[in-house]
Design a protein around this ligand. Structure first.
Ligand SMILES: Nc1ncnc2c1ncn2[C@@H]1O[C@H](COP(=O)(O)OP(=O)(O)OP(=O)(O)O)[C@@H](O)[C@H]1O
Ligand SMILES: [Mg+2]
Length: 236
């Protein structure tokens, strides 16, 4: 089998003396959606940081399109086509929506207006509010700003840590629809979600992470159908 488009393989590491990740593996194929679920404190965000280069790994490696990028800084990974929306502090609240999008494109030297128009097409409300401070927006709109900012780098892989945190079920459904749209353009999505059922429903691949290790890995629908996964992680 060919190598996945992006893979964090057998990742072991943490923030200090104790490891948080224990041989954790996450991967996503081109244009597909991979979803990571698991209890609070399982290490989901830590695993995302590791894939993006914000955590020094003691063992394991990260590969993008077959190239070992384990030693690269997050900035260098952005240049390679990776974008990451962290779980918290993912927008500049005092800047306008448009300034946030411009910040997303800071590495680009070409004309960014076409990409900005694409972001506004994906999230029309952001165009209406483009001169407003991002901090004045609703939770769902802020998440759109964060995703839009990440898309401004024209990434090959979009990594999202709980993009629907704190939004209503309707807004969550809309965000998931937009994420599916993004994946259909060929961008790979690697995302952590606490709305496990809904997220697994749209997942080509699902990962259940527990205590920094892979507990279950399968297609989204297969995980949803697994009685043990349902009982332990999806509330029955
Ligand atoms: N910056 C940090 N420094 C030290 N320890 C940390 C840091 N961030 C997280 N941890 C610890 O690492 C473990 C995993 O945390 P992590 O945030 O990765 O979990 P998570 O699965 O994303 O949880 P949640 O569902 O609450 O977002 C926890 O024990 C946490 O206390
Ligand atoms: Mg987290």
């Amino acid at each position: 089998m060919a190598e996945p488009f992006l893979i964090g393989e057998s990742m072991t590491g943490g923030y200090g003396a104790a490891d948080i990740l224990h041989g954790c593996t996450l991967a996503v194929e081109k244009g597909q959606i991979a979803v990571i679920v698991g209890p609070n404190g399982a290490g989901k965000s830590t695993a995302m940081k590791a894939v993006f280069g914000m955590l020094r790994l003691r063992a394991g490696h990260v590969k993008l399109e077959g190239e070992d990028i384990t030693a690269l800084t997050p900035q260098a990974r952005v240049a390679k086509g990776m974008a990451f929306v962290p779980q918290t502090h993912n927008i500049f609240t005092s800047m306008t929506v448009e300034e946030n999008l411009e910040m997303g494109a800071f590495l680009r030297r070409d004309d960014i207006r076409g990409t900005m128009e694409q972001v506004y097409e994906l999230f029309p409300i952001l165009k209406d509010k483009r001169r407003q401070a991002a901090g004045e927006l609703s939770g769902g709109q802020r998440q759109q700003v964060a995703v839009g900012r990440a898309l401004m780098t024209q990434p090959k892989v979009l990594m999202l840590d709980e993009p629907t945190a704190g939004v209503s079920p309707i807004v969550m459904d809309e965000l998931f629809d937009r994420i599916i749209e993004v994946a259909r353009t060929g961008i790979s999505i690697l995302m952590v979600e606490q709305n496990a059922r809904q997220a697994l429903m749209i997942a080509d691949k699902g990962y259940v992470l527990v205590q920094g290790a892979n507990r279950f890995t399968d297609t989204g629908p297969a995980l949803m159908a697994d009685p043990e996964v349902r009982r332990s992680f999806l509330g029955g």
